[in-house]
Design a protein. Structure first.
Length: 181
Protein backbone atom coordinates (compact mmCIF):
# COMPACT_ATOMS: atom_id res chain seq x y z
CA UNK A 1 0.00 0.00 0.00
CA UNK A 2 1.38 3.43 -0.86
CA UNK A 3 1.15 6.43 1.35
CA UNK A 4 1.85 9.98 0.19
CA UNK A 5 0.86 11.60 3.49
CA UNK A 6 3.08 13.83 5.52
CA UNK A 7 5.31 11.76 7.82
CA UNK A 8 7.07 12.58 11.06
CA UNK A 9 10.43 10.86 11.56
CA UNK A 10 11.68 10.56 15.13
CA UNK A 11 15.37 9.66 15.29
CA UNK A 12 16.73 8.08 18.44
CA UNK A 13 19.88 9.39 20.08
CA UNK A 14 20.57 12.33 17.77
CA UNK A 15 22.43 15.22 19.44
CA UNK A 16 22.00 13.72 22.90
CA UNK A 17 25.22 13.67 24.86
CA UNK A 18 28.55 13.57 23.03
CA UNK A 19 27.72 10.95 20.42
CA UNK A 20 25.40 11.11 17.43
CA UNK A 21 26.09 14.79 16.80
CA UNK A 22 24.82 16.19 13.50
CA UNK A 23 23.57 19.58 12.41
CA UNK A 24 20.01 19.49 11.16
CA UNK A 25 21.03 21.33 7.98
CA UNK A 26 23.55 18.55 7.23
CA UNK A 27 21.02 15.85 8.06
CA UNK A 28 18.40 17.48 5.81
CA UNK A 29 20.89 17.82 2.94
CA UNK A 30 22.14 14.24 3.16
CA UNK A 31 18.64 12.78 3.40
CA UNK A 32 17.64 14.91 0.41
CA UNK A 33 20.54 13.46 -1.59
CA UNK A 34 19.16 10.02 -0.68
CA UNK A 35 15.74 10.97 -2.08
CA UNK A 36 14.05 11.84 1.22
CA UNK A 37 12.44 15.29 1.26
CA UNK A 38 12.69 16.84 4.73
CA UNK A 39 10.50 19.94 4.85
CA UNK A 40 11.00 20.83 8.52
CA UNK A 41 13.14 20.00 11.53
CA UNK A 42 12.02 20.66 15.10
CA UNK A 43 14.71 21.31 17.70
CA UNK A 44 18.14 19.77 17.24
CA UNK A 45 17.31 16.24 18.33
CA UNK A 46 16.21 14.43 15.19
CA UNK A 47 12.59 15.44 14.69
CA UNK A 48 11.82 15.64 10.98
CA UNK A 49 8.80 16.28 8.80
CA UNK A 50 9.00 14.37 5.51
CA UNK A 51 6.76 14.93 2.49
CA UNK A 52 6.46 13.28 -0.88
CA UNK A 53 7.19 9.75 0.36
CA UNK A 54 5.00 7.27 -1.51
CA UNK A 55 6.09 3.92 -0.03
CA UNK A 56 5.20 2.60 3.41
CA UNK A 57 6.17 4.18 6.72
CA UNK A 58 8.38 1.19 7.49
CA UNK A 59 10.21 1.63 4.18
CA UNK A 60 10.73 5.31 4.99
CA UNK A 61 12.20 4.44 8.41
CA UNK A 62 14.61 1.93 6.87
CA UNK A 63 15.58 4.40 4.09
CA UNK A 64 16.39 7.08 6.67
CA UNK A 65 18.40 4.62 8.78
CA UNK A 66 20.38 3.45 5.72
CA UNK A 67 21.04 7.02 4.56
CA UNK A 68 22.21 8.10 8.01
CA UNK A 69 24.55 5.12 8.26
CA UNK A 70 26.04 5.45 4.78
CA UNK A 71 26.06 9.22 4.37
CA UNK A 72 26.64 10.40 7.98
CA UNK A 73 28.17 7.33 9.68
CA UNK A 74 25.37 7.43 12.28
CA UNK A 75 23.62 4.22 13.30
CA UNK A 76 20.27 4.98 14.88
CA UNK A 77 16.68 3.79 14.86
CA UNK A 78 13.96 5.82 13.23
CA UNK A 79 10.30 5.74 14.23
CA UNK A 80 7.71 7.04 11.79
CA UNK A 81 4.24 8.40 12.41
CA UNK A 82 2.02 9.83 9.70
CA UNK A 83 0.52 13.22 10.46
CA UNK A 84 -2.79 11.40 10.98
CA UNK A 85 -1.21 9.05 13.53
CA UNK A 86 0.53 11.92 15.33
CA UNK A 87 -2.77 13.81 15.45
CA UNK A 88 -4.37 10.76 17.10
CA UNK A 89 -1.58 10.70 19.72
CA UNK A 90 -2.21 14.37 20.53
CA UNK A 91 -6.02 14.01 20.61
CA UNK A 92 -5.81 10.97 22.91
CA UNK A 93 -4.14 13.04 25.66
CA UNK A 94 -5.05 11.34 28.98
CA UNK A 95 -3.51 14.10 31.15
CA UNK A 96 -5.17 17.37 30.13
CA UNK A 97 -3.83 19.13 33.25
CA UNK A 98 -0.27 18.41 32.11
CA UNK A 99 -0.67 20.83 29.21
CA UNK A 100 0.01 23.69 31.60
CA UNK A 101 3.65 22.48 31.71
CA UNK A 102 4.21 20.64 28.40
CA UNK A 103 7.97 20.31 28.90
CA UNK A 104 7.23 17.96 31.84
CA UNK A 105 4.91 15.78 29.81
CA UNK A 106 6.36 12.89 27.79
CA UNK A 107 4.93 10.54 25.22
CA UNK A 108 6.83 7.27 24.74
CA UNK A 109 6.30 6.13 21.15
CA UNK A 110 7.02 2.52 20.25
CA UNK A 111 7.61 0.69 17.00
CA UNK A 112 5.55 -1.41 16.81
CA UNK A 113 2.94 0.51 18.84
CA UNK A 114 1.98 -0.92 22.22
CA UNK A 115 -1.24 -2.78 22.78
CA UNK A 116 -3.45 -2.00 25.77
CA UNK A 117 -2.71 -5.38 27.37
CA UNK A 118 1.05 -4.93 27.05
CA UNK A 119 0.89 -1.37 28.36
CA UNK A 120 -0.77 -2.45 31.61
CA UNK A 121 2.38 -4.18 32.89
CA UNK A 122 4.49 -1.07 32.30
CA UNK A 123 2.02 1.17 34.03
CA UNK A 124 1.88 -1.12 37.08
CA UNK A 125 5.71 -1.26 37.20
CA UNK A 126 6.16 2.50 36.95
CA UNK A 127 7.48 4.32 40.02
CA UNK A 128 4.38 6.54 39.93
CA UNK A 129 1.65 4.63 38.05
CA UNK A 130 -0.90 7.41 38.67
CA UNK A 131 1.15 9.57 36.28
CA UNK A 132 1.40 7.01 33.45
CA UNK A 133 -1.39 6.17 31.02
CA UNK A 134 -1.87 4.33 27.74
CA UNK A 135 -3.58 5.65 24.62
CA UNK A 136 -3.05 5.62 20.85
CA UNK A 137 -0.40 2.87 21.05
CA UNK A 138 1.83 5.00 23.31
CA UNK A 139 2.58 5.56 26.99
CA UNK A 140 1.99 9.06 28.31
CA UNK A 141 3.97 10.15 31.34
CA UNK A 142 3.30 13.24 33.41
CA UNK A 143 6.46 14.22 35.34
CA UNK A 144 5.28 16.82 37.89
CA UNK A 145 8.76 17.09 39.45
CA UNK A 146 10.48 17.39 36.06
CA UNK A 147 11.70 14.81 33.58
CA UNK A 148 15.16 14.50 35.15
CA UNK A 149 13.53 13.61 38.50
CA UNK A 150 11.30 10.89 37.06
CA UNK A 151 11.84 7.21 36.28
CA UNK A 152 12.62 6.88 32.57
CA UNK A 153 10.13 4.47 30.98
CA UNK A 154 11.65 4.19 27.51
CA UNK A 155 14.59 1.93 28.52
CA UNK A 156 12.22 -0.40 30.40
CA UNK A 157 9.84 -0.52 27.43
CA UNK A 158 12.65 -1.24 25.02
CA UNK A 159 14.21 -3.94 27.20
CA UNK A 160 10.97 -5.82 27.78
CA UNK A 161 9.42 -5.53 24.34
CA UNK A 162 12.43 -5.42 22.02
CA UNK A 163 10.65 -2.56 20.26
CA UNK A 164 12.29 0.68 19.25
CA UNK A 165 11.16 3.35 21.73
CA UNK A 166 11.67 7.07 21.81
CA UNK A 167 10.16 9.76 24.01
CA UNK A 168 9.27 13.33 23.10
CA UNK A 169 7.85 16.05 25.26
CA UNK A 170 4.42 17.42 24.48
CA UNK A 171 5.71 20.76 23.21
CA UNK A 172 7.88 19.01 20.60
CA UNK A 173 4.98 16.85 19.43
CA UNK A 174 2.76 19.92 19.07
CA UNK A 175 5.47 21.70 17.06
CA UNK A 176 5.83 18.65 14.79
CA UNK A 177 2.07 18.56 14.23
CA UNK A 178 2.03 22.28 13.37
CA UNK A 179 4.87 21.72 10.87
CA UNK A 180 2.80 19.02 9.15
CA UNK A 181 0.22 21.53 7.94
Amino acid sequence: MTNSKVHVALLRGINVGKSGRVKMVDLTRELGLAGIEVTATIVQSGNLVVTGWTATSDELARAIERAMASRLSLNTRCLIRTSTELGAVLRANPFAAALEEPSRYLVHLCDPPLTANRAKEFISDAADPANVAFAAGSLYQWCPDGISNSQPLSPLLEKRTGAAVTARNWRTLEALMAACS
